[in-house]
Design a protein around this ligand. Structure first.
Ligand code: 5GP
Ligand code: ZN
Length: 113
């Protein structure tokens, strides 16, 4: 965990957040500034900076995140209507928070971007 990281603080419940799903490896909470009716941030419960820092050792967390997506879809009631997963990595993608996260977007017809 990283003391200066806002998502590490959310995982440790030091900053309140609206959790949608949680297990030993994964935390999923509502985005503060939602871009869709359903906008959940899905993060590993260890500090990985971005996709650039994924490796064989932390891959278990990535596996668990992928398993969590369809659970989050069930919880938010969008399994049938669908959802989109986005992870911004680095400057050109506009990654603001340097703790790997996947945007889970759903609840409306999403445009191509
Ligand atoms: P990025 O641009 O890094 O891919 O996305 C960061 C996301 O984190 C943004 O959508 C932003 O609204 C969200 N965010 C930033 N700070 C907080 C916070 O303190 N709590 C929650 N729930 N979301 C946050
Ligand atoms: Zn962190």
């Amino acid at each position: 965990m990283n003391d200066d990281c806002i998502f590490c603080k959310i995982i440790k419940k030091e900053i309140p957040s609206e959790f949608v799903y949680e297990d030993e490896y994964v935390a999923a909470f509502k985005d503060l500034n939602p871009l869709a009716p359903v906008h959940v941030l899905v993060v590993p419960k260890i500090h990985i900076e971005s996709l650039e820092e994924v490796n064989e050792e932390n891959m278990e967390y990535i596996d668990k995140i992928h398993l969590a997506f369809k659970k989050i879809a069930q919880i938010t009631n969008v399994s049938e209507s669908g959802y989109r997963i986005i992870s911004n990595c680095g400057r050109d993608a506009g990654q603001e928070v340097k703790h790997l996260h996947y945007h889970f977007l759903a609840g409306k017809k999403l445009g191509i971007q």
